[in-house]
Design a protein around this ligand. Structure first.
Ligand code: SAH
Length: 222
């Protein structure tokens, strides 16, 4: 990842503080913590919210969407542990920050976002940082991205009433998927794994709150 002219020494200190917060919330894997040092989160956010860019909080990114809380994303990464050889599918590119983190862990990251302008903005931020090992698609992620399936890792960053069948289908052998499942207000994180063709679902952790996954096999758009 190239260093960016638009990074600012102030932000380095804020990033360190964010990493301490993530650590305090239970992620102590150095490899993952270091990723948060390497990706300038503010560059993925609208300039108006830059002062809050390194808070461990969800941040509004426009279009009624939010960038997820960094410590939650760190938990995601520590559970999924994508490795270099893994092919990763992300549903809900949003601002592209998690995409960038994933791109540092895996060689190939495919990310689907339904809001065209968010996808475009994410592309720009990723390009600015020199992150090129990702393909972005504008479309409905509840049907996955069949062209590149099967995936070793699937990360869903929006809440679904159930686990979309297409995503389970596109999960490869030994694959693992994290998805928030539940109601519109709160959900629990579900880890889906596929071992010798057998699909297992396990609820992990407490209650979480994500924006809704809107699409054919999730919530219907209003
Ligand atoms: N990881 C992102 C999370 C963004 S919030 C970030 O940190 O910025 C979830 C995103 O999922 C939103 O941008 C929303 O537009 C998108 N989304 C909702 N339903 C979708 C669907 N069916 N397919 C693709 N993206 C979807």
């Amino acid at each position: 990842m190239g260093s960016s002219a638009v990074d600012d020494p102030r932000f380095v200190g804020y990033r360190r503080k964010l990493i301490e917060e993530i650590r305090a919330r239970g992620v102590d894997d150095l490899e993952i913590l270091q990723l948060f040092d390497r990706v300038p989160r503010h560059l993925f956010l609208p300039e108006g919210v830059w002062p809050r860019a390194y808070e461990d909080a969800p941040i509004p990114i426009g279009f009624g969407q939010t960038a997820s809380q960094p410590s939650l994303q760190a938990h995601y990464l520590s559970i999924l542990r994508p490795t270099t050889d893994d092919k990763v599918l992300e549903i809900g590119t949003g601002c592209g920050y998690l995409t960038a983190l994933l791109c540092l862990m895996a060689d190939r990251v495919y990310s689907v976002e339904r809001v065209r302008d968010l996808s475009k903005r994410a592309r720009r931020a990723l390009d600015d940082l020199g992150v090129h090992n990702t393909a972005l698609l504008v479309g409905d992620g509840t049907i996955g991205w069949r062209k590149y399936a099967p995936f070793d890792v699937i990360v869903v960053s929006a809440a679904s009433p159930s686990v979309p069948a297409a995503l389970v289908d596109q999960l490869g052998e030994g694959g693992r998927m994290l998805i928030p499942v539940g109601g519109r207000e709160t959900q629990e994180l579900v880890l889906v794994t596929k071992v010798e063709g057998e699909v297992q679902e396990e609820v992990i952790g407490g209650e979480v709150t994500f924006v809704p996954l809107l699409g054919r096999f999730a919530w219907k758009e209003e």
